[in-house]
Design a protein. Structure first.
Length: 125
């Protein structure tokens, strides 16, 4: 009578361990999606601020810090790096402190950057 009970306990323990492992994997994937979403939103805000800067200065800003006066402020863990900025276009990369993934965006006459291959198409790897 003792053996069936032991087998039953082992089966329950293995089942709970598998459920916990699946839950942890799902939680990690959810966090990763949130980080990518924050980077995408940061680049969208950056694009709006760049257009405002172009209107006033006649050239795109070569530094994300130059756009703070226009209300641009990415999330606290998001960093926007400008790869190219001229009067004809700009290219930028967004990174997040908690992931190795990157998001890319270029507009108009700037050279494509990262996975972005179409003007104005925001892409993440």
């Amino acid at each position: 009578m003792r053996r069936p009970r032991l087998v039953e306990i082992v089966v329950w323990a293995v089942g709970l361990t598998l459920l916990a492992a699946v839950a942890v994997m799902q939680f990690g994937a959810s966090r990763e999606r949130r980080y990518v979403s924050e980077m995408r939103e940061g680049l969208r805000q950056f694009a709006v601020a760049q257009e405002s800067y172009l209107y006033d200065a006649g050239i795109y800003a070569g530094d994300a810090g130059a756009l703070e006066a226009r209300g641009f402020a990415p999330g606290p863990a998001v960093r926007i790096t400008v790869r190219e900025a001229t009067a004809d276009g700009w290219a930028a990369v967004a990174s997040h402190a908690n992931t190795d993934r990157r998001c890319y965006l270029f507009v108009r006459g700037a050279a494509p950057v990262g996975g972005a291959t179409q003007d104005g198409s925001l892409e993440c790897d």
